[in-house]
Design a protein around this ligand. Structure first.
Ligand code: 5GP
Length: 247
């Protein structure tokens, strides 16, 4: 997917978005990683390709399992074609074990305490407010989504959790939590969008080691992060030997 003919409409911390046509966009995954609201920032060669590949892999699995996702096509490198949607300003977080911001909010929970049933949490997507937790009535009253739509989002997110857990458990990895986002298509149907990668989920290997962005949040070391991402791909059976990490 060649982007120089496309118009850049948005650049975020980890992706660029181009217009392909009336109904499709191109997402380009950047070789950049940020954490702590952008205070930690690094360039990591190969990271964009890995995250595009991991996302394409999970969207394909989910599509096959009957989840509607925005994913259309992957170029084998850092770009994917996706359906153009109107994004909801929400981060939907599913948690299987207590961790991260949840522990900060409720220190009574033990780290990695199992949450059974899993929790679905909504955050209002706004960097300047640090993506605060938002309650269901705020979402409905502000017109972000209806009650019925939220029920659909909760049900779909738990189904996605089941599918991801199964994939990870086959790879001997434990899914702690993840963040997803939804958008609306022309017919107002809610579709899974954004990305699913080591930047958006937390997973632990047999030894309790993170194969996700937590490595960078903790150490600020881009080299350690790319090593973790390569191991993540190896565990999932995703090819990385064609990626140039040094060039
Ligand atoms: P927490 O709320 O505990 O910080 O994060 C829960 C899960 O959602 C983690 O897997 C984390 O990676 C993901 N997550 C939460 N907020 C964001 C965000 O703003 N960006 C990204 N990429 N992932 C997030």
């Amino acid at each position: 997917v060649c982007t120089h003919t496309y118009t850049l409409i948005y650049e975020g911390k980890s992706k660029r978005v181009y217009v392909k046509n009336r109904d499709e966009l191109i997402l380009e995954f950047k070789d950049e990683v940020t954490a702590r609201d952008g205070a930690l920032r690094s360039f990591i060669r190969g990271k964009g390709i890995i995250n595009a590949r991991v996302s394409a892999y999970f969207f394909s699995v989910l599509n096959k399992k009957g989840i509607d996702t925005h994913f259309l096509d992957y170029d084998g490198a850092r770009k994917m074609a996706v359906k153009k949607l109107r994004m909801l300003p929400l981060e939907v977080i599913v948690r299987n074990y207590a961790y991260g911001s949840q522990l900060k909010r409720i220190p009574l929970l033990k780290p990695l305490q199992e949450l059974n049933p899993p929790i679905v949490e909504f955050h209002y997507k706004d960097d300047s407010l640090h993506d605060p937790l938002i309650i269901v009535d705020d979402i409905i009253n502000s017109g972000i989504a209806t009650h019925e739509e939220l029920n659909f989002i909760i049900k779909t997110s738990l189904r996605i959790n089941d599918i991801l857990r199964e994939v990870f458990s086959e790879a001997k990895l434990k899914l702690i939590d993840f963040k997803i986002e939804f958008g609306r298509d022309r017919d107002n149907k809610l579709i899974l969008a954004d990305e699913i990668s080591g930047d958006t989920f937390r997973v632990l290997d047999d030894n309790g080691k993170h194969l996700d962005k937590e490595v960078f949040r903790r150490t600020g070391d881009p080299k350690l992060l790319i090593d973790a991402y390569i191991r993540l791909c190896e565990k999932l059976g995703i090819k990385v030997d064609d990626i140039d990490f040094h060039g």
